[in-house]
Design a protein around this ligand. Sequence first.
Ligand SMILES: Cc1cc2nc3c(=O)[nH]c(=O)nc-3n(C[C@H](O)[C@H](O)[C@H](O)COP(=O)(O)OP(=O)(O)OC[C@H]3O[C@@H](n4cnc5c(N)ncnc54)[C@H](O)[C@@H]3O)c2cc1C
Length: 409
Amino acid sequence: MARKRVIIVGGGYAGVQALKTLAAWGECDVVLIDQHPYHYLQTEAYELIANECSMTRVMIDLVALCLSYGNHVTYIKDTIREVDYEAKHIIGNISGHSYDYLLLCTGSRTAYNGGTEGLRQYSHGVKTLQSALSFKQQFEQRLYQRMESEGGWCAEPFNIVIGGGGLSGVEIAAEMANYIRVFHKDNTLTCDNIHIFLIIPHETVLEGMEEYLIKHATKRLIQLGVNIINHSRITSVQEHALTLNGSEAVCFDFMIFTGGIVASTLTEGMKVAKNKKSQLIVDEYMRVVEYDGVFAAGDIAELHDLEGKLVPPTAQGAEASGLSAAMNILALIQGNPMSPSNIKLKGMMIALGGNYASVSLLGWIRFSGVVGYVIKAIIMRGYRYLLHRQCAKGVELIPQNKRTCRMGF
Ligand SMILES: Cc1cc2nc3c(=O)[nH]c(=O)nc-3n(C[C@H](O)[C@H](O)[C@H](O)COP(=O)(O)OP(=O)(O)OC[C@H]3O[C@@H](n4cnc5c(N)ncnc54)[C@H](O)[C@@H]3O)c2cc1C
């Protein structure tokens, strides 16, 4: 029997988990296509933004990763534009490829609130590594220019606005506040006048999450000097000012927007069931039932647990759904019955600036502070370490003269 060809589009948390599962089995050809040659560790983006780590700490080299599994696994750098689901053929900017099974893992992008005027133009995002880097560089430039032009310190207030009180908004607000606190401590005279505003539409941050996490995150944000402006919607944005709830104006020097997601643009051309965030409605086996041989995992799909409860878009959910989709593709190739996906979040870990985090795991392990930070760091570093170790095997296979520009080594 001819070997089946599985194409995974998107090397994020879902795609990499699926890749590991399919590649380890070895009985099919696996092609991973991503527009970037790295897996971006979004869950550690807050550290990059706050200068706690370098760019290479949040990247996993997809070329080396694919090489490490052997000849049956290939990485292709391309941006997929459309899919011919009848012909089982995908079309990218550079090339086209046929598949037996297709797994869509292209994630999500920032939702710019139905086109709120100026929001996309004047705010920074952190969903991609490029946007996170650009934010970090521009922020430091702006701060530097301000200090230069004002005779050594920020005489005028320097306002940073963060829109969105979910996981990423809270982590970024806390990490930046901590960064500024350290900056101020190290340079006592300068920058005593930087303010962070976290604008949230609900009563509290982390709406819908466990009370324990909400309480500790709020306490820590206040302790770090973050101004939480609740019950507020951003209704328009200009270059250095925004309007809240249609009237109140807030001036800012820098703005980050993290207020929600919509599925990747790849879903736009798909004539299938989708939710309001354009996420694909998949069945319990992670199949896009309208098309033969097509699966979807991660943020691109609406995920549910075994009881049918909605699972929020997280790296954990992406990994679990990527695993489930890959296992079911394997089952079909082997002629075995598929198994319903069992997506369970083991808990939540929220970085809250410096060596401080709040974690709630398995419904009973709860810690805030340094212990929370250590637990989060161990889990995050463990994820990165295992992938780097696998990549190292791939790097060994790259000819010596082509190794120099590979990342992370
Ligand atoms: C700042 C921040 C902090 C976060 N913190 C946490 C946290 O602490 N815990 C947690 O669980 N979750 C966290 N999340 C959410 C988590 O990162 C996402 O839920 C997760 O990344 C989703 O994984 P995914 O595989 O679906 O998509 P992604 O990880 O986004 O990967 C999608 C991949 O698809 C590729 N791609 C997209 N379109 C195309 C195309 N057309 N052609 C080819 N390739 C394409 C992209 O390059 C990317 O590599 C955070 C998110 C952010 C932004």
